[in-house]
Design a protein around this ligand. Structure first.
Ligand code: PLP
Length: 407
């Protein structure tokens, strides 16, 4: 008899995006002439930078010739990409990360979901609330939680991120082994200072814990005092793995390219308490289960770091950040508290009523779609997330319609 992994039965079906779609479809049926503006999505709307497209085309042409054709590449990624990442993303900011500590992949979603395979089933996992759901669900699938009860999984340590703590979680009051942090945060858009992040690094060093740091939105950081990488914090290389992605940085959501940094000093422990390098384990896992990102896609990603690429990436990020500012300013003018939108593409708004109630109001009265915060965890109740990933014209129109409701 083929038995299933019953941990999957503990998972709560995610109705968030299907519920949104149902409400939007029903509104559209009743209001066929109303143009709906979607400010709920976490997907980018602007095309790939020209420099990436050119490099992509050129690499595809190389595949058309026996002498330049590439078959299987190194599972960890081509050196040309790993080397430029190490220099541009880390060494340039004083973080001593080497090219062979970088693993190229097809997404931060799969890497942040798969990494937990390296750890024992009986570790204690700490996850923020609200949260990007991948961290939580993959640990539930692996059996590191109990059942879902009163809006939370038993056995998981939840780190509340609320207005009271400035949307930056406090250190846990019970011992934990694996800590998921994401800054700039999805969904709240909040950021963490170097001093705050250092507290987590120190905690992990003192407790032999590990931090999984998701920096998928680092490109949106405009305040240079904020850390873009956890490795800007002293000692982090011993206790942190970092996830990065070209998805939001350079519009690769459909093209797929990301990377994970596992420093050689980063350690786990066996049952006897002996140190074991996580770099070796992830290398083994990656080579066994993954066959590399395609050559043209890695060439396109390399172009992100060319001088033209950098300029074009900046233009796109600036475009989204201008949208974010418009949203933030308008929402603040209307008297709502919000966080995010200054160093992140998301604005997290206290709607002063239930998340879905606020969602329905924006949809029915303004034809604007947002994301109800309750879908990201119980601390998201009362909040909505608005995303800056849309055209300037749509953002202006949407914010005009929203202000009409309240004026
Ligand atoms: N991490 C966070 C926090 C995200 O919000 C997302 C996508 O929305 C991802 C990772 C996924 O990135 P990728 O497209 O590289 O899989």
């Amino acid at each position: 008899m083929i038995k299933i992994n019953e941990n999957y039965n503990k998972l709560q079906a995610s109705y968030l995006f299907s519920d949104i779609a149902k409400r939007v479809n029903s509104f559209q049926e009743q209001n066929p002439d109303k143009e709906i503006i979607k400010l709920g999505i976490g997907d980018v709307t602007k095309s790939l930078p020209k420099a990436c497209i050119e490099a992509f085309h050129k690499a595809v042409d190389e595949m058309d010739n026996d002498s330049s054709f590439r078959g299987y590449g190194p599972e960890q990624g081509y050196d040309f990409l790993r080397e430029v990442i190490a220099i541009e993303d880390f060494q340039s900011r004083g973080a001593d990360i080497q090219a062979d500590e970088i693993f190229i992949s097809d997404g931060a979603k799969c890497d942040s979901g798969n990494i937990q395979e390296l750890f024992s089933d009986d570790i204690k996992v700490a996850i923020t609330d609200p949260v990007y759901p991948v961290y939580l669900d993959t640990n539930v699938m692996a059996g590191r939680s109990g059942f879902y009860k009163d809006g939370r999984y038993e056995g998981i340590t939840y780190l509340d991120t609320t207005k009271e703590n400035g949307f930056v979680p406090q250190l846990p009051t019970e011992p934990v082994d694996l800590i998921y942090l994401c800054f700039p945060n999805n969904p709240t858009g909040s950021t963490i200072s170097k001093d705050e992040l250092k507290k987590w690094v120190d905690y992990a060093r003192e407790n032999k814990a590990l931090i999984l740091y998701d920096a998928a939105y680092e490109a949106f950081i405009t305040d240079d005092s904020l850390p873009k990488s956890i490795y800007e914090i002293e000692g982090a290389k011993e206790v942190a793995i970092e996830f990065r992605s070209f998805s939001k940085t350079a519009g690769f959501t459909g093209t797929r390219c990301a990377f994970t940094v596992v420093p050689k000093e980063c350690m786990g422990y066996d049952a006897e308490g002996n140190k074991q390098g996580l770099h070796c384990l992830w290398n083994r896992r990656h080579c066994t289960k993954f066959n590399g990102v395609s050559y043209p896609v890695q060439k396109a990603a390399e172009a992100v770091y060319s001088s033209e690429g950098k300029k074009q990436v900046k233009e796109t990020i600036d475009y989204y950040m201008n949208n974010a500012k418009i949203i933030r300013d308008e929402i603040t003018k209307l008297g709502f508290d919000c966080v995010g939108g200054e160093n992140s593409p998301y604005i997290w708004i206290d709607g002063k009523k239930g998340s879905w109630e606020f969602f329905d109001m924006l949809l029915n009265e303004a034809g604007v779609v947002c994301t109800p915060g309750a879908g990201f965890g119980s601390c998201g109740q009362g909040y909505i997330r608005i995303s800056a990933f849309n055209s300037y014209e749509n953002v202006i129109e949407a914010m005009g319609r929203i202000s009409k409701i309240f004026s």
